[in-house]
Design a protein. Structure first.
Length: 85
C-alpha cells in the first residue's frame, strides 16, 4: 500500500468524510530539501468532515495528525492540509 493510500484509509476510518482527496506532490519537490528519493515524501490532503465544525484550524490539524498516527506523520516530510466541514 502506498503512503497516499495509507493516508486515505486512516482518514476514512477516523472521519465521516463528505469529500476527501489525497494528492502525492513529491514529484514537484524532487531534489529539494526533504526529498528522500522514495517519491512519497510530500502530500496534500483536502478533507471535508462534519467533525471539524466549531474547531479551530489548529484543532483540525491536530485531529488529522492524531488519525494518521506518529509513525506515518514522521515518515512524511511535508503534509499540506485543506480542512473544512
Amino acid at each position: 500500500m502506498s503512503r497516499a493510500e495509507e493516508i486515505q484509509t486512516k482518514l476514512e476510518a477516523a472521519f465521516e468524510a463528505r469529500q476527501i482527496e489525497v494528492r502525492n506532490d513529491s514529484g514537484r519537490h524532487a531534489g529539494h530539501a526533504g526529498d528522500d528519493g522514495s517519491g512519497e515524501s510530500h502530500f496534500h490532503v483536502m478533507l471535508r468532515a462534519p467533525e471539524f465544525a466549531g474547531q479551530s484550524r489548529i484543532a483540525r490539524h491536530r485531529a488529522v495528525h492524531s488519525a494518521l498516527g506518529p509513525d506515518l506523520v514522521s515518515a512524511i516530510h511535508a503534509l499540506s492540509l485543506d480542512l473544512d466541514t
